[in-house]
Design a protein around this ligand. Sequence first.
Ligand code: OAD
Length: 253
Amino acid sequence: MDTFEIPDEIREHFRAARRAVAFSGAGVSHESGLDTFRGAGGLWERMRPEELATPEAFRADPGKVWRWYAWRHQTAAGARPNPAHLALVRWETLFPSFTLITQNVDGLHARAGSRGLLELHGTLLEARCHRCGKRRDLGEAVAESPEEPPVCACGGRFRPAVVWFGESLDPRVLSRGQDEAASCDLFLSVGTSSTVYPAAGLIELAHRAGACVIEVNPEPTPFSRLVDLRIGAPAGEAVPRLTEEIERCRTRG
Ligand code: OAD
């Protein structure tokens, strides 16, 4: 990767920051071999979200939706965290407060070792009954019933514990994310097209609160012109390098 320049005023933010937030999307897992949703080769280029990721799709054809998530679960389970996931774990010790907010459901941040994660769009690791809300391990549920969603003791059906289009995010998770974004002084947006709301609104919240906002994405996003530093490089290269710079600033001043 071409080295990127970090201006002095950004280094000053690295030294002074007390509350940092990282906000991630599918691009952070791309170098682990997982598909993004949008852009060349993205999942939504070859599949229709309204047939796979909505409550209506699940009602119309639960087996189809279940099998697609079973495939995604299997792919995610076979993937390994990459250097971007691993570098973000180090942010926990770099700042007095650090919160990692992700739109990803693949579990790779947690597997890398990140703690206190806010998963805005839920998780692919668990299934929950659409009727009574009971939760269970998705891998076990798929092993037991690979073709159709298993039936819960209450008579409802298990579905992946993710947020679908047309559904609300967990209000507690969203409001914690919004509070963190609105009160941080350093905000890293990485690997997201920044087009899906309310998640993408966190970037604007941080910017309005006066945080130093950094974007890591090989492609521009609707927020690229608003951020304080844009790094047009893959996360697996840029985030470790950025992390080293922050470590240098904070340990040596
Ligand atoms: P998208 O697929 O919309 O965007 C992925 C972004 O990652 C794009 O902007 C790419 O340019 C960028 N990218 C690709 N490779 C990268 C790399 N190696 N390093 C850094 N960036 C890279 O994914 P999200 O923004 O996460 O929601 O999408 C948001 C939501 O839309 C998802 O949570 C999902 C989806 O539909 C639901 O399913 C509800």
